[in-house]
Design a binder for this molecule. Structure first.
Ligand SMILES: [Zn+2]
Length: 82
């Protein structure tokens, strides 16, 4: 989960939005270890000031770089050191 400060295009109020990325789910194997895929979600869904629907695309565009970039960087650093 990531927190993004969303600025409402309607009223320019700032809303702190919790963004949860999509999960691929697991649909094979023992039923007790399966779970359904989940779409990305945001909370809250509406501007706290004017109740305008929050644009998930705009929230996603504000997300920090995903972690896998750091992992790739670490791998490159490791390669340089060895
Ligand atoms: Zn608003």
């Amino acid at each position: 989960m990531t927190t993004v400060t969303y600025i409402c295009p309607e009223c320019e109020a700032e809303t702190v939005v919790e963004y949860t990325g999509a999960m691929p789910g697991k649909l094979d194997g023992p039923p007790e270890k399966c779970y359904p895929p989940e779409d990305a979600s945001i909370d809250p869904r509406y501007c706290s000031n004017c109740d305008r629907f929050i644009d998930m695309g705009a929230v996603e565009s504000e997300l920090p770089e995903p972690d896998y970039d750091d992992a790739a960087e670490d791998a490159r650093n490791w390669a340089d050191d060895n």
